[in-house]
Design a protein around this ligand. Structure first.
Ligand code: ADP
Ligand code: MG
Length: 259
């Protein structure tokens, strides 16, 4: 049985895609896990990081549009949307800008919250240890779909001023989805990202600790240009001798022990 992790926070630019990519890569490269990364952000930063280039084959956009029309999604339909990244040694389903139109299509679809869950069903995506969904930065139907398809949610939080603002809304959505649609959903952990030596960062960490206690990962991700360099060169952080590479390795160990 695979474990599906949704990397979620409705704020943008806080390290979701960087975390989805590098956690996936470290689990695959250092821990021999079979990983599927799923991009559901129309901005497709994760797909780009993975080296995806449009190739005429279906992406997450076509899978969601097909499901919206009521067509049953078969393993064959999903398989042709799955690519492989040599660098990160993971499989992935890319996104593209047209996924932005899916919100409108989903608004009239039957059982619209469960579309992604049906696409990523055990039958359709077999043999993975981890499926990691990289969310878009908004409290949208796509985010609801990710939380409905997931077993666990990982929430990256940038340790800056106002970083805790908005977490209330995400917590409330998480609780609603647990009680109404997906009772097996649980919190994997809250991950402080872009931690630096400033007092602002220190204060945000204290607040996160107060609010989340044990749910906070012991591992913090530091602020470093290594992140941008890694996405530019498309080489996972764990493949370079880097501080962030070590931090993502420690995160993977915590994730494995929490699963
Ligand atoms: P999100 O997916 O939440 O929008 P990204 O992972 O795309 O965020 O990161 C946003 C930007 O910040 C990217 O340019 C990325 O390279 C950079 N970044 C990510 N993690 C870090 C980090 N730990 N330190 C410094 N910059 C980072
Ligand atoms: Mg992103």
């Amino acid at each position: 049985m695979s474990i599906t992790i949704s990397v979620s926070n409705q704020k943008g630019g806080i390290g979701k895609s960087t975390t989805a990519y590098n956690l996936g890569a470290v689990l695959a490269l250092n821990h021999d896990k079979k990983v599927l990364l799923v991009d559901i952000d129309p901005q497709a930063n994760l797909s780009e990081y993975l080296g995806y280039e449009p190739d005429g084959k279906p992406t997450m956009t076509q899978l969601i549009m097909t499901a919206c029309t009521g067509t049953v999604i078969t393993p064959e339909t999903v398989q042709i949307a799955v690519r492989h990244s040599e660098a990160a040694n993971v499989d992935y389903i890319p996104s593209d800008i047209n996924l932005a139109n899916s919100e409108t299509m989903m608004s009239t679809a039957l059982s619209r919250e469960t579309i992604l869950r049906r696409i990523l069903s055990e039958d359709n995506v077999k043999g993975y240890d981890f499926i990691i969904i990289d969310c878009l930065p908004s409290l949208s139907t796509l985010l609801i779909n990710a939380l409905t398809a997931a077993d666990k949610v990982l929430i990256p939080v940038q340790t800056q001023k106002f970083s805790l603002d908005g977490l209330q809304a995400l917590d409330s959505l998480y609780q609603q989805i647990r009680s109404a649609i997906n009772p097996k959903l649980s919190m994997l952990g809250v991950l402080p990202t872009m931690v630096d030596r400033t007092n602002v960062s220190k204060k945000a960490l204290e607040e996160l600790h107060e609010k989340y206690g044990d749910m906070l990962f012991e591992t913090y991700i530091s602020k470093s240009v290594e992140a941008a360099k890694s996405s530019e060169s498309k080489v996972p952080l764990c493949m370079t001798d880097s501080k962030l590479g070590n931090e993502y390795e420690r995160l993977a160990e915590e994730v494995l022990s929490r699963c």
